[in-house]
Design a protein. Structure first.
Lengths: 479, 479
């Protein structure tokens, strides 16, 4: 364990190299890596591999999968303990570029008014989710290695390029590399955990997800237009696949999608465990629904926001059936009159304890549709994985918490986050429980003007602290 | 009345000038005039005006409206009778260009296999709907004027550029030009009335239409994302405008859209009149549902096709609620996870006797939605006009029928067509009842590979006959 003075040497290195470290973040954000569109993913993988080499990693590999590669790297420090570092280097698409105040791949640093005050922020697709935290962690490792020669723990990096697709081939990779990965004590996922008021939110798990498309088509149905959209006057004697999809969807949920009415859908959902209930109650004390509304620019929740315990419980422990997109027929300007030959929607289901099997969800929906005569409606599954949870008492979580405290920050512990990540591979398959960690702030993941804070304010940490936190954690955990 | 030899002179002129006449059709198809996208409409109006001048029209005017101009022209022949000639020079958009065998604005003439045998056809957007028939009529007028000096009737041309938008400003034009237009005996709409087997279908009226958009948005609703699409994990505690639109739509129809469940929607719909019933029964004898299915590439009708009377009655005298298009959220490739902030659909309602007031339909839908708490769902009306019908006994209809017979063609009389055109302006406002007319064939209006036949086969007339028919009709009517 290094003396305080040794950590201060590392911190000094960070301060002296901060401009270069930020430039490295910009460089990586400027390299598009949109997995859904196969845009720049290979180039991003190569760039990332070059960073791993620069900081002294061994066995840097770009491991092909059936779609986008995993970048794998080891940093052996001859230490007792090994940590897996899970990262994602892909991002969501950009389909509303005109709404961005700075182009999504320029990574410009601009002034930004947060509710908590002025900051400067790097604007770019993937900046918070998660290229900013990823590069910050790599920079922090560089700072330790350059200053002290080696880390207090061994690291094995697993950076995937398909997280935004639902990590379809990460299971293959984990299976293939199982022998190299096993024996690690825990898995960390570098993030920036501060919200817009600098409040630190530590999540101990993730919901699972199943993502699929539903399609009603004349071709499958045998009714309606089969090959192409036809003149809409034919609606009087030819059926409509579009109405069919709407009818089918309307059997799957009610109350504007609040209640899922798919037969057996809720059967596996359980109440929060005793530990989770305790964490939820504690969390409810400090939880500020107003700030969520501010960030998302929404006016109200489905549930009473004064009953914070229930609001949080619903958020974190409810399964959902969301329509991510729907399209059919003519969607341009003006009044084109067609009877469409097909209608398609994209749907995601978030999985909570104990919805353990994504395939079961698909089967339930198939059966639900079949039982109502909708056997022609096609289900195309795009991905699916289960939920995961790490105990608050695990040493990795305790090290994260004590590191946060050492920066004079309180931490709000979330038993689960509503977002999905394939952490079950670590928690369940590799038995190296996973935890998000990090100081710093960013927001608008998946939305226009995604950002991370570079220069903070009274509440929100700047990018310097974000770097130093990872250093502190590695030493705390390595103790 | 000219002797047969005089008509033959005109026919000879057509035969000698046919290549040039077809080139004129190509030239007009090559000039895009997509009213919904405001693409080429002004240029097309100018081109059309130049044609009217070339054939000797007086008072050729490009009359501005609040959107696209009407091209107006008079051809005074010092005759007793005046006919109005309604035309449309705008077309539907092209949004599936890759499905076209020949580019939609090249107007190439290519071999085509019809069910009735090989033909050569001009492929292009607007070729059948209705640039081909429009230019053919103009060519026919040129042939008469060039050969005989003048026509047996006076003509007043009204060519609108907004038919595909539902003719929003044609009522303004008709009102403004009422004094010039009144006193005409009838209105003709040049068309190619043969189907793919050369069978002539003469329609005596049109359904009306109301076209509108429905939109559910967080902004109007106050629930759900207000300003932009947000991460779909928020579905657990934030509402979905997309599900809201689906819920609302599902209250408006059932049985895959076959039955409209909007309160009071069917109240004004009446049974066919005695004359219409008679025409329907006659029509049922020769009506071949198989050929409709062939043309539309559909496998089945909603109703039993062996009961032809009922099938036709449903087609022609049913009101409909069709979804022309629907869109919300992410509609690209792969799995982007968003909770959309709005969902929109385009809907058309076809109006039959006696649904006389398009605004009443909008009011019914508004009240239906309001009564169910959907007062936040916006209705944006894009257009609307009533149905129209001309009696089979009107002299203009009798002249059309006898002209068709003189080409040794039988004619199938349709009391109404399921498509919409704003003929009520002529039938009701100007008291000059309207009728479609024309030999020749084309199809796939509003679809890829829209075409007209140039060189016919054993069943289908070529473009020469299409020209000669208009000549014959003008003399028959002018008698």
């Amino acid at each position: 364990m290094p003396k305080e003075s040794e950590i201060n040497l590392v911190y000094n290195y960070i301060d002296q190299n901060l401009n270069r470290f930020v430039s490295r973040i910009q460089e990586f954000v400027r390299q598009p890596s949109i997995s859904a569109e196969n845009r720049g993913v290979q180039e991003a993988a190569k760039l990332l591999a070059s960073y791993f080499k620069k900081i002294g990693c061994q066995n840097v590999e770009i491991v092909p999968t059936r779609r986008h590669p995993v970048v794998y790297a080891e940093l052996d420090s001859n230490a007792e303990t090994t940590l897996l570092v899970y990262m994602m280097y892909d991002t969501q698409p950009v389909d509303d570029e005109k709404l961005w105040v700075s182009p999504p791949f320029e990574a410009n640093i601009v002034p930004l008014d947060l509710p908590s005050g002025k900051v400067s922020a790097l604007i770019g697709r993937g900046s918070i989710n998660t290229k900013g935290p990823l590069i910050t962690f790599i920079n922090a490792v560089e700072a330790i290695v350059s200053t002290l020669g080696k880390l207090p723990v061994n690291l094995k990096f697993i950076a995937e390029g398909e997280e935004e697709l639902g990590s379809p081939h990460l299971p293959d990779f984990v299976n293939e590399y199982k022998n190299k990965l096993k024996g690690a004590k825990a898995t960390i996922f570098p993030s920036f955990l501060e919200d817009t008021w600098g409040k630190v939110k530590l999540s101990l798990g993730n919901k699972g997800i199943v993502y699929f498309e539903l399609e009603a088509s004349g071709k499958n149905w045998g009714k309606g237009p089969i090959e192409f959209d036809i003149h809409s006057s034919n609606k009087a004697w030819i059926d409509s696949p579009t109405w069919r999809l709407i009818d089918a969807l309307s059997t799957m949920a009610k109350d504007n999608g609040r209640t899922i009415t798919i037969d057996g859908f809720y059967d596996d959902v359980v109440e929060p465990s005793e530990e989770d209930e305790k964490l939820l109650k504690e969390l409810a004390k400090s939880f500020e629904p107003e700030k969520i509304k501010e960030t998302l620019k929404v006016k109200e929740f489905i549930f009473d926001e004064n009953d914070k315990y229930n609001l949080l419980k619903k958020f974190l422990f409810s399964t959902t059936l969301n329509i991510d997109g729907i399209w059919s027929g003519y969607i341009g300007p003006g009044s084109k009159t067609v009877l469409p030959h097909k209608a398609t929607c994209k749907v995601d289901v978030r999985l909570v304890p104990n919805q353990n099997d994504p395939n079961k969800i698909i089967s339930l929906i198939r059966r639900h549709l079949d039982n109502r005569g909708y056997n022609d409606i096609e289900i195309r599954q795009l991905n699916g994985y289960k939920w995961s949870k790490t105990s608050v008492n695990h040493p990795v979580v305790q090290a994260v918490i004590s590191s946060i405290h050492s920066f004079n920050k309180d931490v709000e512990i979330w038993p689960l986050t509503a977002g999905s990540a394939p952490m079950y591979l670590f928690n369940d398959v590799l038995e190296a429980p996973a935890v998000h960690l990090g100081l710093g702030h960013g927001a608008r993941a998946h939305s226009p003007n995604e950002y991370i804070v570079i220069k903070g304010n009274k509440y929100v940490s700047g990018i310097d602290i974000a770097h130093k936190f990872f250093v502190k954690f590695l030493f705390n955990f390595g103790k």
